[in-house]
Design a protein around this ligand. Structure first.
Ligand code: UT7
Length: 352
């Protein structure tokens, strides 16, 4: 039986550390508010115009490849998850392929747009390709350079204090050993899709919550021109929007639900988890999940205090750090779980 194992995991975070006090120089916020509501003490921001989502994904990939003991030429597919791509298009997958110098083999590259659950979705897709025998080595990357697209003002403080930059990568490899991804489960509910969104630029015209008239729509008879308007820029529609409270309420229900049902599929319970790595959205959300599932402190990994919420990168960064700290060992049952914009959520259980 062919299974997909994580043969190498790596991460990269930029050197530039930004504290809560640093942010409070730009907006009305405080270290106390941020730590109390989110658990975040600091985050990393990439160097403007030198680093990008792809360059960070590239750094993380180099580590993952080295730890897997394979070269970039041996990768036969790339899956890249991000909400902060270098370009609107093409996606980061092909940019990473170019950076890694994988040009001769013309392998496929797929971009995943599932925000916070991007890495879990990408891993599940890689698992299916491996199990079907289509590919042997898939490079799965989650990377974000949020700092280029946040509003560092009091208007944007509800969102901008939360996010940080970074990247994680995994070499997902075919194995006939009794290990690897045991099961994954994916979900979505688009009912309130705009509750956590970035609306402009977009073909919808970027307007959802507000009266269309005030956003400078040209006459309907003209061609084009509504992808992004001056009014939308003025109103900050090119920045992420989040109704934090509503997202929080849904997250604390869906996280435990999906973890329980994924475990159930393989006849396991929360007690069997050696390490849960939840998407690092908010320390209070992780603590809530821990409590509902009855997990001990040593069964849950958190690093949000150092990096903030790095969206698609948060799980692979945490997995890589946990592995480096010796908290992910041969034979362990590892549970990855994520919830975010869409809403989309899911969980993957791995026998390491
Ligand atoms: O990763 C993807 C999924 N995302 C999430 O899971 C995020 C889920 N949501 C959250 O983590 C929390 O809702 C937040 C951390 C975003 C916000 O915490 P909250 O406890 O829900 O605060 P709130 O948005 O209800 O705001 C409470 C107060 C408001 O003031 P008033 O109306 O009570 O006077 C805000 O204006 O805090 C104010 N506030 C701030 N104050 C200082 C909002 N942001 C800030 C800030 N600094 N950065």
């Amino acid at each position: 039986m062919i299974r997909a194992k994580i043969a190498g995991i790596g991460h990269y975070v930029p050197n530039n550390v930004v504290s809560n006090d640093d942010l409070s120089k730009h907006m009305e916020t405080s270290d106390e508010w941020i730590q109390e509501r989110t658990g975040i003490k600091e985050r990393r921001f990439g160097t403007k115009h030198e680093e990008s989502t792809t360059t960070m994904g590239y750094e993380a990939s180099k580590v993952a490849l080295e730890r897997a003991g394979i070269t970039a030429e041996e990768v036969d597919f790339i899956i890249f998850a991000t909400l902060s791509p270098d370009y609107y298009f093409p996606g980061c997958g092909v940019l990473l392929q170019r950076a890694l110098g994988i040009t001769k083999t013309e392998i496929g590259a797929l971009d995943v747009r599932n925000q916070c659950s991007g890495f879990v979705y990408a891993l599940s897709v890689a698992d299916q390709y491996i199990r079907s025998g289509m590919y042997k080595n898939i490079l799965v990357v989650g990377a974000e350079m949020h700092s280029m697209g946040l509003e560092f003002t009091t208007r944007g403080r509800g969102v901008s204090v939360i996010f940080g930059d970074g990247a994680g990568a995994a070499v997902v490899q075919a194995t006939e050993e009794d290990k690897g991804i045991l099961v994954s489960e994916l979900h979505s509910d688009g009912t309130n899709a705009e509750i956590l969104s970035l609306l402009s630029p977009g073909s919808h015209g970027g307007v959802h919550h507000d009266d269309k008239e005030q956003f400078g729509f040209p006459d309907k008879s003209t061609l084009g021109g509504t992808f992004i308007t001056d009014k939308m820029l003025e109103n900050g529609h090119h920045f992420p929007y989040m109704d934090g409270k509503s997202v929080f309420k849904k997250a604390v229900v869906k996280f435990p639900e999906v973890i329980k049902s994924t475990l159930d599929k393989i006849g396991k319970t929360a007690e069997d988890i050696d390490l849960l790595i939840p998407h690092q959205a908010n320390l209070r959300i992780s603590q809530f999940i821990q409590k509902v599932l009855g997990l001990k402190d040593e069964q849950v990994f958190n690093n949000i205090h150092k990096y903030g919420n790095t969206t698609a990168a948060s799980i692979p960064i945490a997995l890589s750090e946990a592995w480096e700290e010796g908290k992910v060992k041969e034979g362990d049952t590892i549970c990855l779980a994520a919830f975010g914009s869409g809403f989309t959520w899911g969980s993957v259980i791995i026998k390491w």
